[in-house]
Design a protein around this ligand. Structure first.
Ligand code: SAH
Length: 257
């Protein structure tokens, strides 16, 4: 077999944040399997003839992961050079781990190509460093997708509240009321600053800020939608101190609140 799969991170969306290696591999690939998360600018820079969308279908349904796994193996076995392009980093909530295991189980050679994760870059472009010597020396990356009230939830929000560190929540727009509620229940200060960063580095990036107590209201008023990052912790207040001089994205200079 001469086929090979590259599990490639696209970064958060700005084409200049695609690594040099990712750009080369995309250009050289026979086929690029992608979803929507690399963002419009990167996707339109790839010739349509070699793009295959394995993200959300027209009806709003996700392409089943089994199909993507199967398609990667099928294309590699037909001697294609395949790029599996994922938003951010392939191994951060990107199901890259499952794809790597599936490829290995099917004897398909693959390479992991790291990308700039939105978990760090999202807060950063809003002027929020995920760690800061004066405020926190730990950071947790969490999925907000799970229902925190369900019995079998794998995420212990009470324990997370107690770390005192920065919490970065991915896929956390819809269930924002549930997990901020859990954090408040756990005794986290209602004044804890929170920032929502929507479409970080995409055209139309937006930032909205509030506190643990009022961020749901802010989300609703500003109509913040996925993809967005939620960053919770004292570091989120850094934005207010640097925003006037920050030149990342169209919303700089003032908050949308
Ligand atoms: N592998 C990706 C994350 C995939 S999970 C990474 O490393 O960035 C999907 C979630 O990522 C989205 O729901 C959102 O929370 C976040 N996300 C990805 N790209 C984003 C962007 N440009 N702006 C804001 N959030 C983003």
């Amino acid at each position: 077999m001469t086929g090979k799969v590259y599990l490639v991170g696209s970064g958060p969306g700005d084409p200049e944040l695609l690594t040099v290696k990712a750009r080369r591999l995309v250009d050289e690939a026979d086929v690029v399997l992608h979803d929507k998360l690399p963002g419009p600018e990167i996707l339109t820079s790839i010739p349509e003839a070699k793009r295959e969308d394995v993200g959300k279908r027209a009806g709003g349904e996700w392409t089943p992961q089994e199909y993507t796994n199967h398609r990667l193996v099928e294309l590699a076995e037909a001697d294609n050079t395949v790029v599996r392009l994922k938003g951010g980093d392939p191994f951060v909530f990107g199901r890259g781990g499952e794809e790597a295991e599936h490829l290995a189980a099917n004897d398909v050679p693959f390479e992991y190509v790291p990308g700039v994760t939105s978990a760090v870059a999202g807060p950063g472009v809003a002027g929020v460093p995920v760690t800061h010597r004066d405020y926190t020396s730990s950071v947790s990356f969490v999925t907000g997708h799970e229902d925190p009230t369900k019995e079998e939830s794998a995420i212990d929000w009470h324990a997370l509240a107690e770390t005192g560190g920065t919490l970065v929540v991915l896929m956390g727009v819809g269930k924002l009321p549930a997990y901020t509620g859990e954090l408040l229940d756990a005794g986290m200060d209602p004044e804890t600053p929170v920032a929502l960063v929507e479409r970080a580095t995409w055209p139309g990036q937006r930032v909205a800020t509030g506190s643990l107590a009022d961020i749901v209201e802010v989300r609703d008023r500003e109509e913040i939608e996925p993809p967005a990052i939620t960053v919770i912790g004292d570091v989120a207040a850094t934005r207010a101190r640097v925003a006037a001089f920050l030149r990342n994205g169209p919303d700089t200079g003032e908050d949308n609140r």
